[in-house]
Design a protein around this ligand. Structure first.
Ligand code: LMR
Length: 335
């Protein structure tokens, strides 16, 4: 931990000759995943850079794996100032009364990660951050995890395989609609509850990025996984606005610099961490990993595309239209 030294003039004024230390500004960064994941590593990189660039004026403490706050209470803790920074999944803003981030949960919306960045790095990304301000939250960056795979106690090859299957989901109504479109039964629960719920049979399957499937030991209780890449998982790095706005301007700009670099780093390792997770899961032999055939994939797409129209009202016509035109997709109303 670094300490901020008082200015030389202040030291002289109060007649102290040795170095005088002031308390650093504490920045608590809480998240729900393991350290060896794209988000966990990004948070750690931010901690190192923020402390270095501010010369120790800021003391960043990262709390991974829901050790400080979990999915159920972290947003409220941020609003109350009990924690300064979070990076929740974009699927988790609904309980705050903001449904628009669930745009990113639409199945088969993105052809690749560059398409995601066309939204996060443009007007859509900024407009979504604007919705946070009235809640006392400031959005600073978008971090990727990657594309999700499906896992279960039975093989998932065609939509009919999902019939009646209880599936753990994040708290997103778009993801709930996605599971219902497949014939599954969505059950919302926190990430920290998921492994146990799968073990006891309360849910029999789930979706997630491979890095979470591995680091939460979900694969141990899921004999089948389909490398469907049907949806995106990413994060919004957010801060308590009152904390952020009260920072000395030089400290704030150094934190922005640290976060910009941590963002580049997190986004640059995300795909490799997920590819590595798939390899490691395959090596354990617990889970049969399945690639969809082109026909099977077409059947998933046909079953899931109607979710875009069904969720249009929840997400807002304007947002959906702007997102689709940014991505070069045809208007939903056209045939
Ligand atoms: C989940 O709850 O499954 C994920 O959103 C967790 C995360 O932050 O990656």
């Amino acid at each position: 931990m670094f300490r901020r030294t008082l200015s030389a003039s202040l030291v002289t004024a109060i007649g102290i000759t040795g170095p005088v230390l002031a308390d650093p500004i504490l920045l608590r960064f809480s998240h729900v995943v393991a350290e060896d994941t794209p988000k966990g590593l990004g948070a750690h990189r931010f901690e190192e850079l923020a402390e270095a660039y501010t010369n120790g004026a800021v003391d960043v403490r990262v709390y991974p794996n829901s050790t400080l706050y979990g999915d159920r209470n972290e947003l409220e803790a941020l609003q109350l100032g009990a924690v300064e920074m979070l990076a929740p999944s974009l699927a988790k803003f609904g309980p705050l009364g903001i449904s628009e981030f669930e745009l990113f949960d639409l199945p088969f919306l993105f052809v690749d990660i560059e398409a995601v960045h066309m939204l996060t790095e443009g007007p859509v990304g900024r407009a979504l951050f604007d919705t946070l301000e009235p809640r006392g939250i400031t959005g600073l960056a978008y971090w990727d995890n990657g594309f999700k795979i499906m896992s279960a106690t039975r093989p998932l090859r065609v939509p009919d395989d999902f019939a009646g299957l209880p599936m753990r989901i994040q708290s997103s109504q778009v993801i709930a609609a996605q599971m219902e479109a497949l014939g599954a039964v969505p059950r919302v629960m926190t990430l920290s509850e998921t492994r146990e719920a799968l073990e006891t049979g309360w849910v029999e399957g789930t979706e997630n990025a491979p890095s979470n499937m591995l680091s939460q030991s979900i694969y141990e209780v899921q004999p089948y996984a389909t490398l469907s890449n049907h949806g995106y998982l990413g994060y919004a790095v957010i801060v308590n606005s009152a904390f952020w706005n009260a920072l000395p301007p030089d400290v704030r700009s150094n934190l922005v610099r640290a976060l910009d670099e941590a963002t580049d780093y997190a986004n640059s390792i995300a795909a490799a961490k997920n590819a590595e997770a798939i390899t490691l899961i395959a090596q354990t032999g617990t889970t049969e990993l399945y690639e969809l055939t082109p026909d099977e994939r077409a059947a998933w797409v046909a079953a899931l595309l109607p979710v875009h129209e069904r969720m249009r009202q929840r997400l807002g016509d304007k947002l959906v239209d702007v997102a689709r035109s940014t991505l070069g997709l045809p208007d939903l109303a056209s045939p």
